[in-house]
Design a protein. Structure first.
Length: 372
């Protein structure tokens, strides 16, 4: 508005000077400035009268690096907009709009990091071609809240050929298969609300018919007394070296939960929990744990391992390279340490979400930093 006012004053001054001094050449720029300013004020004002933005709400959650659909309809008032641009914090650069009365926009955006996001409403600025006058219209829906979940990535063999021990692709595939087998074998039983693949001879009363109807796969209920045989996935968020390392550990935890749970179920221990949470094979309850993983913050202490000795595997995921000293003593089954790549050199047995996993035994290799 200040530019339009300045143009009006300058045009009026030139026109007045032309009249006072009889200089005809000043009439042309003076009248042109007056007409341009008045025209811009009228056009932009009519275009902004009744203009607005209608935003279609997207899903409340989205995984990292997955497209989040942003749907908006921009409409002007009594006249089409002479020019303008749509701005939003989700857009890398403003979207230019001109000569339109209504326009629908479909934009997919991606988030690189997990966590809660507060999304401010977009704004549409209408202006004339000379940008003498501009008016901004905002979406009146208010701020929106979005939860970015850690991404789910596959468990794979090591990609590098360097390193020693199990660094070769063949050994990596074998060890990844061993992790898969340990997950299935040690997840033989969970609690009464958990599920496992149907075994021949199981009474019909233990078959979980709703799960059979949903998945088409025969599943049976598990016994509470056998809950310690489920694989235990533990996330250690204590004193991470960097935010990126913690994000990688959280992403690996989410990926391993889905990988292991689908093969028989597991128990999950997150920072702040005193007892593990059971996740059955049909992933009942996983959305709530997935949302908790999105909000994991650095902790001051390591999570406590189960006091009782577990018969199943323990998969310890940490942003730090050093495992807890009692990791081996906590399980009679396999022990696995999963840390961001680069911490454990080239001796990873499998890779998942930017982390390398290796099996921990009582006879740790020299120089590995693992205390039995």
């Amino acid at each position: 508005m200040s530019r339009a006012l300045g143009a009006l004053l300058l045009g009026g001054a030139l026109t007045l000077a032309a009249m006072v001094f009889g200089t005809g050449s000043l009439y042309v720029p003076g009248v042109a400035l007056l007409l341009a300013s008045l025209g811009a004020l009228i056009w932009v004002g009519l275009a902004a009268a009744g203009a607005g933005i209608d935003t279609q709400p997207g899903p409340p959650t989205v995984e990292e690096r997955r497209p989040y659909p942003l749907r908006m309809t921009v409409h002007t008032g009594l006249l089409p907009a002479p020019g303008g641009q749509l701005e939003s914090e989700l857009l890398e650069e403003p979207v230019r709009l001109a000569g339109m009365s209504a326009r629908r926009l479909r934009i997919d955006v991606q988030f690189e990091r997990r966590g809660r996001r507060i999304i401010e409403p977009p704004s549409f600025t209408i202006h004339d071609p000379l940008r003498l006058v501009s008016q901004t219209v905002r979406d009146g829906g208010g701020d929106a809240e979005l939860l970015v979940l850690p991404g789910i990535e596959p468990v794979m063999a090591p990609s590098g050929s360097g390193g020693s021990g199990s660094g070769s692709p063949g050994d990596g595939r074998t060890t990844a298969a061993a992790l898969r087998g340990a997950a299935v074998g040690s997840a033989a039983e969970l609690d009464l609300d958990g599920l496992r693949p149907y075994r021949t001879g199981t009474p019909a009363s233990r078959i979980h018919w709703p799960a059979v109807a949903r998945s088409g796969e025969m599943l049976e209920r598990r016994l509470t007394a056998e809950s310690d045989s489920a694989p235990l996935v533990v996330l250690d968020a204590s004193r991470p070296p960097s935010d990126e390392a913690l994000d990688a550990a959280v992403r690996a935890t989410a990926s391993l939960c889905v990988f292991v749970a689908r093969r028989g179920g597991l128990a999950l221990l997150l920072p702040g929990d005193r007892r593990p949470t059971v996740l059955p094979a049909d992933l009942t309850g996983w959305p709530a744990q997935h949302a908790r993983l999105a909000l994991v913050a650095p902790a001051s202490q390591r999570p406590p391992l189960a006091r009782a000795r577990r018969s199943g595997a323990v998969i310890w995921v940490s942003a730090r390279p050093d495992p807890p000293r009692d990791l081996i003593r906590a399980t009679a089954g396999a022990g696995w340490l999963v840390t961001p790549l680069g911490h454990d050199g080239g001796d990873a047995d499998f890779e998942v979400a930017g982390c390398g996993g290796r099996r921990i035994t009582r006879k740790a290799p020299a120089g590995s930093g693992v205390a039995a």
